[in-house]
Design a protein around this ligand. Structure first.
Ligand code: APR
Ligand code: PHB
Length: 398
């Protein structure tokens, strides 16, 4: 027995992309059902970057979920670059004519979106098994899944593939119709979350001959730190003590001395990858967020890119239903990809500048330090870093 449902947009995946799309469509009066493989608790267990660009903040406000972000998020007007044992501040606000970023964890963004969806009584199917997409090369696509042993079919006008890098949507596109560009970096990030006050009130990105380190935060009492580690390292090899000792060695003397350590409440190793899919649309299927692209986390562009994809997708669907125009739908992929490639370039460049690459020698360390020295002393160099970090304007280059 198959139960059949009907909606306008079926969203696969209830990560930040799928949930934000659901909220924006709801505001615009477009119907959507979200189908998610995992439970809500599992989705909230993922820990990812937490730096929001102004465009992302505006979008969360537009979706009606910005309240807690404004109350609890931390506005940052700059960050530090550390190299040769010294820290130098990049004045984001001064260099970009007043722009700033918000430090607010992706987990909290997801929680706010989930709560808003639940409060509005919008349909989300969690723990959906065997999710599959069908006929997306036609105008009558559908999504099937199994829930509690029962097979369900959702027939819809559009499928939004918001199911992340390992999702089913991109994988269902015939190989000849898709081009994938990929670079895997020869190291990972070992991340630790701890209930300790952050070492500094702003973020510190550290280039050290021992490898990259990042001091980030979630609140005034919760810190997030990262160390570049070889891909062969296992998280079990890293005791909390070993982590703190290595972090100290990669920081400047003042930061190392003032670092407050404590028990980790999460510890994991994530690989670094640059990945872009072209195009992002196949007939009635539209990929958004990590399903279409991955950036390495240096610069924290992942969630911000997902948010702009979703902004374009929500307006494309809204135009389709409210103005009977296909223009947004037809331009979706090109519009997203320009921004995706720009952010991919910045994330790749920032990663290359800050990490120690296996096989590279002392000359490469010296060249990185010379580039950093140029960037912090040249106003145009610093401005280039700052304008990319806060996020290029939506109409950049148009
Ligand atoms: N069926 C249904 N849901 C699925 C399937 C499937 N076959 N496969 C994956 N999913 C779900 C995952 O369980 C997850 O909850 O899709 C969701 C995808 O969420 P994310 O991986 O968080 O991707 P996205 O919503 O695009 O978020 C992008 O995440 O990785 C970061 O830097 C990235 O911040 C950015 C953000
Ligand atoms: C984080 O807080 O997890 C974070 C912040 C900035 C980055 C990457 C990750 O560039």
């Amino acid at each position: 027995m198959t139960t059949t449902h009907r909606t306008q947009v079926c969203i696969v995946g209830a990560g930040p992309s799928g949930l934000l799309l659901g909220q924006l469509l709801h505001k615009a009066g477009v119907e959507a059902i979200i189908v998610e493989r995992q439970s809500p608790e599992y989705v909230l267990g993922r820990i990812r970057a937490g730096v929001l660009e102004q465009v992302t903040m505006d979008l969360l406000d537009e979706a009606g979920v910005g309240q807690r972000m404004h109350a609890e998020g931390l506005v940052h007007t700059g960050f530090d670059m550390l190299f040769k044992g010294q820290r130098h501040r990049i004045d984001l606000k001064g260099l970009t004519g007043g722009k700033q970023v918000m430090v607010y964890g992706q987990t909290e963004v997801t929680r706010d979106l989930m709560n808003a969806r639940q409060a509005a009584g919008l349909p989300t199917v969690y723990e959906a098994e065997d999710v599959a997409i069908h006929n997306f090369d036609s105008a009558q696509p559908s999504v099937t899944y199994v829930k509690d042993g029962q097979t369900h079919t959702i027939s819809c006008d559009f499928i939004a593939g918001c199911d992340g890098f390992h999702g089913v949507c991109r994988a269902s596109v015939p190989k000849g119709a898709i081009t994938e560009f990929e670079k895997v970096y020869p190291f990972g990030w070992l991340g630790v979350l701890s209930d300790t006050p952050p070492v500094h009130h702003e973020l510190i990105y550290a280039n050290s001959p021992r490898g990259f380190a990042l001091c980030s935060q979630r609140s005034h009492t919760r810190s997030r730190y990262y160390l570049q580690v070889p891909l062969t390292d296992k998280v079990e090899q890293w005791s909390d003590d070993a982590f703190w000792a290595e972090l100290r060695l990669r920081l400047d003397r003042e930061a190392a001395a003032s670092l407050v350590t404590g028990a980790s409440i999460e510890k994991s190793i994530a690989p670094l990858r640059s990945f872009v899919t072209e195009p992002m649309r196949f007939g009635s299927l539209f990929l958004a967020g990590d399903a279409a692209h991955i950036v390495p986390p240096t610069g924290a562009k992942g969630l911000n890119l997902a948010a702009t994809d979703v902004k374009y997708l929500a307006s494309a669907f809204t135009e389709f239903y409210k103005e009977r125009s296909r223009a947004g739908v037809d331009h979706y992929s090109d519009r997203c990809l320009r921004r995706v490639w720009r952010a991919s370039r910045f994330s790749w460049w920032f990663t290359s500048l800050m990490h120690r690459f296996p096989g590279n020698g002392e000359i490469d360390q010296k060249l990185q330090e010379a580039e950093l020295d140029y960037l912090i002393h040249s106003e145009s160099g610093s401005r280039s870093v700052a304008e990319n970090y806060v996020g290029l304007p939506l109409n950049f280059g148009e």
